[in-house]
Write a protein that binds this ligand. Structure first.
Ligand code: SAM
Length: 298
């Protein structure tokens, strides 16, 4: 794959830049000898965006390794998250699900890199500038998705995304694997509630839903921790300013109330299981993170 530099209108502003941060982390993870996940496209997105000049995309460009709070520890967190949600989506496919909806897809390349059943469809919902940058970069690379891939530019804070999804060929009568990876942290709590309700309303029996949240408001000591400081000072991403300040809803409880079976774990559960990934530390910016996996059994 050989990339030149495409026009990058707007992905490098606001929350769109977080998609590039995750891409850089996935690129670095890809180069690790003990990679938790591999994404050969990730580094191309980073190199195509002028806002990411000087960001690392290979492990040797992170001299402190896992001790680096940003590209080491947080980066490894994103690698772990990618792997765990990859596995979850492929298990959903093995269970017979053929529709996948990525909410806040960002620079997710699962449609290109995972071994989906041939009759699957992957719907990617994100802001128009993010999807436009992604498409331009993929076109330059000549990348071909392994399955039907349907990008949908929409604002997930507005209810119109649901009609756009249906108009794009999504069939609510068929079970779906939904994923909100790195999305709800940025949405007002009322918007998260509406997304949860919409997912339920569009989920046939057997659908799955995996998502990430922060369970509790973080203390001042956590907010001052090196992960947040490094992201702000080194790459200009003020995560604490981007996270929505509302008290978070209990979406797992809402889902349970609407006929979903849910299981919630910490990232550290998976670091422990896989023998790689971040471990708890004092004043930990990852300690409030939870990953919920739900199955709809109305
Ligand atoms: N899921 C991707 C991943 O893990 O690589 C991207 C995660 S990135 C941290 C967050 C993404 O959510 C960004 O691509 C951003 O544009 C998208 N996003 C945030 N708020 C959104 C909204 N209201 N509507 C659509 N997309 C949104």
């Amino acid at each position: 794959m050989a990339a030149t530099v495409p026009d990058t209108t707007d992905i490098d502003g606001g929350v769109g830049l977080t998609a590039l941060m995750v891409a850089a982390a996935r690129a670095i993870e890809t180069g690790r000898p003990d990679a938790l996940a591999r994404d050969e496209y990730a580094g191309h997105f980073v190199r195509a965006a002028p806002a990411c000049a000087g960001w690392p995309i290979r492990p040797e460009e992170v001299p402190e390794g896992e001790a680096d709070p940003l590209w080491g520890r947080l980066g490894r967190y994103f690698g772990l998250r990618t792997r765990v949600f990859d596995d979850h989506l492929l298990e959903s496919a093995e269970a017979g699900i053929r529709q996948v909806v990525l909410l806040g897809a960002g620079l997710d390349t699962r449609a290109f890199r995972l071994p989906w059943p041939h009759d699957s469809a992957v719907f990617e919902i994100d802001q128009e500038p993010v999807l436009a940058f992604k498409q331009r970069t993929l076109d330059i690379l000549g990348a071909t998705p392994r399955v039907r891939r349907v990008p949908i530019a929409a604002d997930l804070c507005l209810d119109t995304w649901q009609d756009a999804l249906t108009a794009a060929g999504f069939d609510p009568a068929r079970p779906t694997a939904w994923l909100a990876e790195g999305l709800f942290l940025y949405l007002p709590s009322a918007a998260e509630r509406r997304v949860i309700a919409a997912v339920t309303a569009h989920s046939a029996a057997g659908s799955t839903f995996a998502y990430e949240v922060k369970r509790i408001a973080e203390t001042a000591a956590v907010r001052n921790s090196p992960v947040y400081t490094a992201a702000r000072e080194r790459i200009g991403i003020d995560l604490l300013a981007l996270f929505d300040p509302d008290p978070r809803p209990d979406s797992a409880a809402d889902l349970t109330h609407h006929g979903w079976q849910t299981q919630t774990c910490t990232p550290f559960d998976h670091s422990h299981r896989l023998g790689r990934g971040p471990r708890p530390e004092p004043h930990d910016a990852l300690a409030a993170n939870r990953w919920t996996f739900a199955v709809h059994r109305p």
